[in-house]
Write a protein that binds this ligand. Structure first.
Ligand code: AMP
Length: 214
């Protein structure tokens, strides 16, 4: 199965992608996670991306397209994949269509996460990420705080620098101006299913599974 999870930052794509990846046994390709790993590793890519990411801006298209082309060309994704955080611009979407054509991929479905900005701002204010394995938690719902050990692996929980309220507002502006219009591109060229992203993790997961069974 090949999926693109599409939607705003903080909309639950990463959490749902992890669940689907475990259940369907196909790789979760998160461009955000790949960039954060590059920043943590101090690579050339990480140095280029760090300031842009922390400020809530997008990393240039040519860089992102090169990364995704390489990953999708690898044998590890032959049985399927879940793309999370890519594409984010029309140029990326068009490049992805060309990559799919080159690789003979015809059956990729788009799942669109629909939720209000207010809910996103509220969620991101409480989002904590495990510094060791990248798992996502809600400080509010789970009684955790920055520095608490990850309930799963004991790694340190941190708040992402780009989750501060001002940067979140900028990321949402970038999403609405640059990324959200891509939905029309996919509605014209392929199959898009929309889920109500405002529900609990379990409810959204069940809704996605029902859509995929159709
Ligand atoms: P995410 O974890 O998906 O919210 O991504 C975190 C940050 O990484 C974004 O705010 C961008 O700065 C950068 N990023 C991730 N994916 C992309 C992409 N497809 N195009 C441009 N920048 C990206």
């Amino acid at each position: 199965m090949r999926l693109i999870l599409f939607g705003p930052p903080g909309g639950g794509k990463g959490t749902q992608a992890r669940l689907l990846s475990e259940e369907l046994r196909i790789p979760h390709i998160s461009t955000g996670d790949m960039l954060r790993a590059a920043v943590a590793g101090g690579t050339e890519l990480g140095r280029r991306a760090k300031t842009l990411m922390e400020a809530g801006h997008l990393v240039p298209d040519d860089v992102m397209i090169g990364i995704v082309r390489e990953v999708l060309s690898s044998p590890a994704v032959r049985r399927g994949f879940i793309l999370d955080g890519f594409p984010r611009t029309l140029q990326q979407a068009e490049a992805l269509t060309a990559i799919f054509r080159d690789l003979g991929i015809r059956d990729c479905r788009v799942i669109n996460f629909d939720l209000e900005d207010e809910e996103i701002i509220r969620r991101l204010a409480h989002r904590l990420v495990c510094g060791a394995d990248g798992k996502i938690f809600s400080a509010e719902a789970e009684g955790l705080s920055p520095g608490s050990p990850c309930p799963d692996c004991g790694g340190p929980l941190v708040q992402r620098r780009d989750d501060d309220p001002e940067t979140v507002r900028l990321r949402l502006r970038v999403y609405h101006s640059t990324t959200a219009p891509l939905l029309r591109y996919y509605q014209e060229t392929g199959e898009v299913c929309t889920v109500d992203g405002s529900g609990s993790i379990d409810i959204v997961h069940r809704e996605i599974c029902m859509l995929l069974e159709r």
